[in-house]
Design a protein around this ligand. Structure first.
Ligand code: IVH
Length: 675
């Protein structure tokens, strides 16, 4: 196709999506289904990726500029609005409870009470009250910063504007869900695809008068920042909310024991269609605030709560082919290419088959008629095969024992922690030897949370790789732009843009850098922990053999992560990549703006079993109060915390070095947390 034809075709699509955007955001009308809109958006994005010269101010990334968010002021949530981990079955719930009991160092038969709150599928909002007066209302935003949508929120009748109750806290951010009842939605069907879109669209109206016309409801369920709250449990809090004039979910319950949670779940799910609002699961929260506080958060979700999702939308389709995708860690993931089918408004043409075991267990074959399930944002998967419809000539799928990309043997690793072979088969080649692994590593390197190079999308990585322009991350910073300018689809301007975006990213923070290396088990959160620990690129790079163990002292880093870091550093190509990148990049040191907690500059080591509290919890307490934990007795150690059955050697060495030896209570006293 000629450049002109491509451009015309692109412009036509942009024009169309602009019409849809305008209709949706400005006029609240929807001319197309979500699926049709997504297909168009995908087509535009893929054109932009394939022909970077098309990218301009009109680019889709900029024109979702009907995004009303630009109309609202931003404000920080004093306490972040977290998200929730998901559970799909009983096993997930058993694990959730196990982790809680382990963290709290409680016996397996300890009964924990949970509130079970049906999870309304709406839009969350945070309402700040001062001396009983509503002073501000924020959307969730990215959890840290929301949009100030006060003027729209105050049009909602369910939201009290003044609360006179004596026991209402002096200051509190009340959080809950804004939604539309199904009966009210029936009148809005023409404008919005589903009740959730309707709630979100109307909350974001520029003119509050428009919001007022839409019957939004509000149900309260939690709080953020608070001063002067005198109760001790979530269930009491839900009670208080109604006393103060908020609506709460009438189906909220207080339950203990996983079996009872399941019983309640089954009942609610059975009656789900009778409700006048959409729910997509049940949220369980540890009832005692004291326990919630001890459990704290992991990444951006609390350890003390989980969302138990209802089973989702299903559809029947046919497997056209089974593809093996190779991830950046070498994992071979089988993917079923299925006949496109619309599941809950989204057009699905791929379904993950997870791994070899899953294919064997379900005996999934090319040509099979299957039930496909799509739950929330999770990748669709195959639920079951209809064996009656299996073609006569069907043959069993044989999982490749050689990597389809580089031919190396594929292996199932032995996991020393679970003492079992992994279910996932991996390409056994190392570093950048395998083409597919390299391409995936490079895609990860330029991705949003890593180097985030504008205009350097997945398609460009693939084409530059095939053209031998990039093989290793450092090649991105040493590109031959003269060659690129002559490539089909590139011109002076687009090359200039690319050069600019790449140069702009030569300064990078250490956490992003560590994340960009794509070390197995080192995601964004772990990369942040490591960056904070190392402080500088040189310290990270110099991580030599005997220092690995020390990493175990970082709260949140375990043996699995340490092992994987070890493997990364033992690979010569990785070291070369680090050295080459060092030449072209400036990796910023982590600023050591430390909280000045009571344990500042103090180091601790724990030996023996503690009473009613796990090591993980003690470590997180130490870090929260600006102290650090170390792994061995040395002059650097300030306190040895001794529990039951300690290591004698450690005590003797500590005595020799005149290190202060304390017990659990003495430690807690340092934090004013005596039993
Ligand atoms: S508690 C840390 N309680 O679910 C606690 N959330 O995935 C986080 N939601 O953004 C929120 N009903 O929009 C909580 N009873 C409930 C909820 C609920 C619905 C939504 C909320 C949140 C999302 C978390």
């Amino acid at each position: 196709m000629s450049k002109k034809l491509i451009k015309d075709n692109y412009k036509k699509k942009i024009k169309l999506i602009n019409v849809y955007n305008r209709r949706y955001y400005r006029d609240n009308k929807s001319d197309v289904t979500d699926a049709e809109y997504d297909v168009l958006k995908k087509e535009i994005l893929s054109l932009e990726n394939k022909y970077p010269y098309l990218v301009s101010k009109e680019s889709i990334k900029n024109t979702i500029g009907y995004k009303p968010s630009k109309n609202f002021k931003k404000a920080i949530h004093r306490v972040p609005m977290l998200s929730l981990a998901n559970a799909f079955d009983e096993e997930d719930l058993v694990n959730f409870e196990k982790k809680i009991l382990n963290f709290l160092s409680q016996k397996n038969d300890t009964q924990i009470s949970y509130t079970a709150e049906p999870k309304i599928d709406g839009i969350s909002a945070s309402l700040s009250y001062k001396s009983g007066k509503l002073v501000m209302g924020l959307s969730r935003g990215d959890g840290k910063e929301g949009e100030d949508i006060t003027s729209n929120l105050i049009t909602i009748k369910d939201i009290p504007k003044i609360i006179l109750s004596k026991d209402f806290p002096e200051e509190i951010d009340i959080r809950g869900e804004v939604f539309i009842q199904n009966s009210d939605f029936s009148n809005l069907r023409e404008k919005f695809a589903n009740p959730r879109n309707a709630a979100s669209g109307s909350l974001r109206q520029k003119n509050p008068e428009d919001t007022k016309k839409i019957p939004l409801k509000f149900i309260a369920y939690t709080f953020g920042f608070v001063k002067g709250l005198k109760i001790k449990t979530q269930f009491e809090y839900l009670d208080k909310l109604s006393e103060w004039g908020f609506k709460t979910n009438p189906l909220n319950k207080l339950i203990s024991g996983v079996k009872n949670l399941i019983k309640n779940y089954d009942e609610v799910e059975k009656n789900r269609s009778d409700l006048d609002f959409d729910i997509d699961g049940i949220v369980y929260k540890v009832n005692e605030f004291e326990l919630q506080k001890r459990l704290g958060n992991v990444a951006n979700a609390p350890r003390w709560a989980i969302a138990h999702k209802f089973s989702s939308n299903k559809a029947i389709s046919k497997i056209l082919d089974i593809d093996i995708q190779i991830g950046r860690t070498g994992a071979l993931t089988p993917v079923a290419k299925i006949k496109s089918v619309n599941i809950g408004g989204v057009l699905v043409s791929n379904a993950t088959l997870h791994n070899e075991d899953e294919i064997n267990r379900k005996d999934i074959r090319v040509g099979d008629t299957v039930t496909v399930e799509r739950a929330g944002d999770v990748i669709p998967h195959i639920l079951s095969v209809d064996f009656n419809k299996r073609p006569k000539n069907s043959i069993k799928f044989i999982f490749p024992n050689k990597c389809p990309s580089c031919g190396a043997k594929t292996i199932k690793e032995f996991n020393f922690i679970t003492k079992k072979n992994d279910a996932v088969r991996r390409c056994s080649s190392e570093g950048y030897f395998c083409e597919k692994i390299s391409i995936e590593k490079l895609k990860h390197f330029v991705s949003k949370d890593a180097f985030n190079i504008d205009g350097f999308g997945k398609k460009i990585v693939e084409s530059f790789y095939k053209l031998n322009l990039i093989k290793f991350p450092q090649d991105i910073f040493n590109l031959n732009y003269n060659i690129i300018e002559k490539l089909d689809g590139w011109g002076k301007l687009s090359v200039e843009n690319l050069r600019y975006s790449i140069n702009e990213k030569k300064n990078i923070s250490l956490d992003r850098f560590i994340y960009s290396m794509g070390i197995r088990h080192i995601g964004l959160e772990n990369a942040k922990l490591l960056a904070k620990y190392f402080g500088s690129f040189s310290k990270f790079k110099d991580l030599s053999n005997n220092k690995y163990k020390e990493l175990l002292n970082i709260d949140g880093i375990g043996e699995t992560q340490v092992n994987s870091i070890k493997i990364f550093f033992s690979n010569k190509t990785n070291i070369k990549v680090l050295n080459e990148l060092e030449k072209v990049l400036t990796v910023k040191d982590v600023s050591t703006k430390k909280n000045r907690g009571v344990l500042i500059n103090k180091t601790f080591l724990i030996t023996g079993k503690l009473d009613g509290i796990s090591r993980a919890e003690v470590k997180s307490m130490i870090e929260e109060n600006s102290g650090t934990t170390v792994s061995s007795v040395s002059k650097k150690l300030n306190y040895l915390i001794v529990g039951d059955k300690p290591t004698k050697n450690k005590i003797e060495n500590a005595k020799k070095l005149k290190i202060e030896i304390i017990n659990q209570n003495q430690f807690l006293k340092m934090l004013n947390k005596t039993n």
